[in-house]
Design a binder for this molecule. Sequence first.
Ligand code: ADP
Ligand code: MG
Length: 623
Amino acid sequence: MHFGGIYEDETVGKVYDRRLMGRFFAFILPYRRMLVTALLVLPLIAASKLAQPWIIKVAIDEHIVKGRMEGLPALAAGFLAVIFAESILMFAQVYLLQWVGQRVMYDIRVKLFSHIQRLSTRFFDQTPVGSLVSRLTSDIEVLGEMFAAGIVTVVGDILVLAGIVGIMLWMNVRLSLVTFSVLPVLIWVAFAFRKWMRLAFRQVRARQANLSAFLAESIGGMAVVQLFNREREEAEEFRRLNASYVEANLPVITWDAALYAVVESLSSVAVALIIWYGGGEIVKGTLSFGSLVAFIQYIEKFFSPIRDLSAKYSIMQGAMASLERIFALLDNNDREPEPVPSPEAATGTVRTDSRLTQALPPPEGEELRARMQACKGSPAHALQSICFNDIWFAYKDRDYVLKGFSLQMKRGEKVALVGETGGGKTTVTRLLSRLYDVERGSITIDGTDIRELQLPALRKRIGVVLQDPYLFSGTIAYNISLGDPDALKRVERAAAVVGADRFIRELPHGYDEEVRERGVNFSAGERQLISFARAVAFDPEILVLDEATASVDTASERLIQQGLEGLMQGRTTLVVAHRLSTIRDADRIVVIHRGEKAEEGTHAELMAAQGLYYRLYQLQFKD
Ligand code: ADP
Ligand code: MG
């Protein structure tokens, strides 16, 4: 199905990748104090775990068996104190680890989000939104599990295991050797298990990701799914993905259950060995009764961390896969373009910082001549206009969309771009805002190559109104100003300029009316008027309208038309129009055909020429 592209591969990953952990460690480093504190607690916890069976042994051997009452209350109190201390220490450890975990997750989220914000339009063309969202949510959550489930406490587990082996050997070497005869089997099982689980877990994670990617797309496009009666097919695909996820889980469950059963049996075998051999030792008088009880207690404590192995293994595997994906995203350097220093800037003839400001000092002499050459227009054009100079552009892996397109616009001029769908009109507007960069040729604004400008400075000068305006959740005032304090001051004036104030004032809450779900509670025309007001509030010198009236019905078109006039007042405007009636009074009309300029002139001139424009016009007004 069409979702094919968003699915993840199921290649086998590592459980512990030193390189990934090394990079992850850089995020933990700022919190090393807390982490070290948590680690220092570990030996104390281990000690208290080891002390408990020992206290029981002493109580039995020195008091109970010998019938000595005195000292028993003290031992019981000591036992209680040790357990109490262990609880407090456990609390501190869990809290500290989670504290570090939460902060590390916070930092990674911040870093990822600001990284994503700087990625190029090309990147977003190719990356499904769902996968980016899951990088920031579930992938980071899995890292948190590493802290929550106490992967770090494996160190503590190892201390306890080593301590138990030591104490048992010290108590009775022969009984210890007999008891630990089960160990080779345990070690073999653990290794075999590791190999089997690796593949199984990886598959589970990949299929889980597929499931959420599908959900994001299908729920996002629910209106289309419902309108085209695709519910059954979508449900079928979901059923398939859902089933394959469950299927991937089955081996994991099997191994998990098997491991549990094997560990449980082995610990029973060990206890049986203690009873059989240790019991004999007691009868012979070479082992105390208390030691036997302590042995059984220690063996219980020995096997319990091993029982958790599979859960910890799963978390570790998941964390590695998440780290891999997070770092792959952080390593993606398909950034938005940086300004390229111009030859003038390099030789120092132009003040570099002036490129950050809106107004440039008019170039003179040599420089003026150079710029006139770059923009094949008149000197006045070179200085006060937008100039597309023989631009070539192709989207990734595609044919050229623009093939040597040129266009000069005077300041304040209103130029319309028309032509067949797919001719490259939208692409021209994207190149002007540097959503993409031209491959050959150049675009200059007031004589400066836009590649020399800082992106924010460039985009501040250009206001873009898209065919399908994007509204955010928030009030109307927020949607017009986007939270910019300067724009906020101009909200009401901007709405009045484009004629949006009439309908806004009639709303129950006026400018404070909430916009829901990208503006479903407004008509297409109203949404468009809001986006016009947004463009005016930011007061750009240059305006780009891409099919801004296309989604509006004829009734609201007059309203929109009035709004447009207010919007374009005094601004250099490039308008892409589908409806030719809306651009009849443009200063100039440019017909773009398969990436090249086909015709250019006023409406009257182009009609008289009886070329492409004439035919397009005839087509639209046949009736
Ligand atoms: P117009 O606005 O004139 O209808 P566009 O500039 O949107 O045309 O598109 C020109 C060509 O570029 C079309 O063939 C279109 O399929 C292709 N195109 C547009 N956007 C992309 C993109 N993001 N990735 C790949 N190809 C694209
Ligand atoms: Mg278009």
